[in-house]
Design a protein around this ligand. Structure first.
Ligand SMILES: [Zn+2]
Length: 405
């Protein structure tokens, strides 16, 4: 059944958009081990409501990719992908002043996990498509709105697998929009690229024995060297930022020891300690050279120290933002017309866009959330209702411009 709305009844469109947003927020698609069925059913219902075909693909079991399509007048042209992930990160419910999956509106703010990251954006895409479709206007290029799983745990079983499928190839994607980050001021932040992420586990094996002895070659001594190296390097990067106000997190290598493990008992020397490290590198870094540096740290730390590669992404070049990119030109022109300032940056984290950029598909990260504190992954995540609705108005100009490029 279609939902019929009088195309001039803006209030009704806004009401429907907020209701659908709340419904999506109330699905606790929270990591880990998500059952995505409820999300799939919700999206199918929403697509049906708008009157659009909806396809569900399973590149991996229990990891559905849902694609809702608005066909263009020239389906032979490369299409536009509007991508969003269905999963959200866990919450510390006792630290929230509102229910994390209640989607309650308090003082004009919609609270809930996913209000910024990024259920808001997926609903905005869908409600924009509803408005375009109902207006009777046809766009040149086909629009695909995709809902993908597991972005919050690296997209390994989500977007990374999706891009390998025939379904994906057949979509012939020319350009993609995906998530960004909220902006605390009037402008919007747009991401043209991302840093490169490595998750590494340093294994520091050592001589076991009694804790009362002074053995040589113990695991903890090696841990000490590795930690010193990491934190000395970190200090250098911090100073770089301090000394040059033009630099941002995107310009430096960040290293953090996030998990340190090992040992069985207080009076037993461990046979191994491990240090898990989160590494983020600018796309300008010589990754091979940095890998060689890490190897030299292992050597210096002592006998048998080695690195396990948990995630070892390759450097991905950012999307080019000049006149050669017709989609960017369309966005720039539209934003100028709407008198909206966007500042293109490099994302300090990673998103699913990297899987697209690697295939040479231009992709931009844009969350149309301004004048809002950055609360992704934080307690009391919210978006103002008027900010949420304003974004749909902007997309109603922006998405047709891109689709007609
Ligand atoms: Zn996200």
């Amino acid at each position: 059944m279609f939902l019929t709305i009088n195309p001039t009844d803006k209030q009704r469109y806004d009401q429907v958009a907020v209701q659908n947003f709340q419904e999506y927020l109330r699905i606790p698609s929270v990591q880990p081990d998500i059952d995505y069925d409820e999300c799939v059913k919700f999206i199918q219902k929403l697509a049906n409501d708008i009157g659009l075909p909806c396809k569900v693909i399973y590149p991996k079991p229990k990891r559905p990719i849902v694609v809702v399509t608005l066909e263009g007048t020239d389906p032979t042209l490369p299409s536009i992908l509007l991508n969003g992930h269905m999963d959200v990160v866990p919450v510390f419910a006792d630290k929230w002043t509102q229910k994390p999956f209640g989607a309650e509106i308090v003082d004009g703010k919609i609270y809930g996990r996913g209000t910024q990251d990024m259920k808001s954006i997926s609903i905005q895409y869908m409600e924009t498509i509803r408005r375009i479709k109902d207006s009777g206007k046809r766009l040149k290029r086909t629009l695909h709105c995709s809902f993908v799983p597991d972005e919050e745990i690296g997209g390994v079983l989500g977007m990374a697998e999706f891009v390998k499928t025939e379904d994906f190839k057949n979509m012939n994607i020319g350009f993609a929009l995906d998530e960004g980050i909220a902006s605390v001021n009037d402008s919007y932040t747009l991401f043209k690229g991302e840093k490169c992420m490595w998750h590494l586990k340093f294994h520091c094996p050592g001589q076991p024995g009694h804790g009362c002895l002074l053995h040589e070659n113990t695991a903890a001594e090696k841990v000490r060297v590795i930690l010193d190296k990491i934190y000395d390097h970190r200090e250098v990067q911090k100073n770089k930022l301090k000394q040059n106000p033009d630099l941002t997190l995107a310009d430096v290598i960040t290293l953090n020891a996030t998990i340190i493990k090992g040992g069985v008992q207080a009076n037993v020397l461990a046979d191994e300690h491990t240090i898990t490290v989160d590494v983020r590198m600018p796309y300008t870094v010589d990754a091979d050279g940095f890998w060689a540096t890490l190897q030299s740290w292992c050597k210096e730390a002592g006998q048998g120290v080695w690195i396990e590669k948990l995630i070892f992404d390759s450097i991905t070049q950012p999307t080019t933002l000049d006149s050669s990119n017709i989609y960017w030109t369309a966005i720039e022109t539209t934003m100028h017309k709407l008198n909206i300032r966007v500042s293109p940056l490099i994302f300090p984290g990673v998103t699913d866009s990297r899987y697209l950029r690697r295939l040479g598909i231009p992709a931009l990260g844009l969350s149309l959330i301004n004048n809002t504190p950055i609360l992704l992954h934080d307690h009391d995540e919210y978006i103002r209702k008027d900010t949420f609705l304003r974004a749909i108005e902007i997309y109603t100009d922006l998405i047709p411009a891109v689709a007609n490029a």
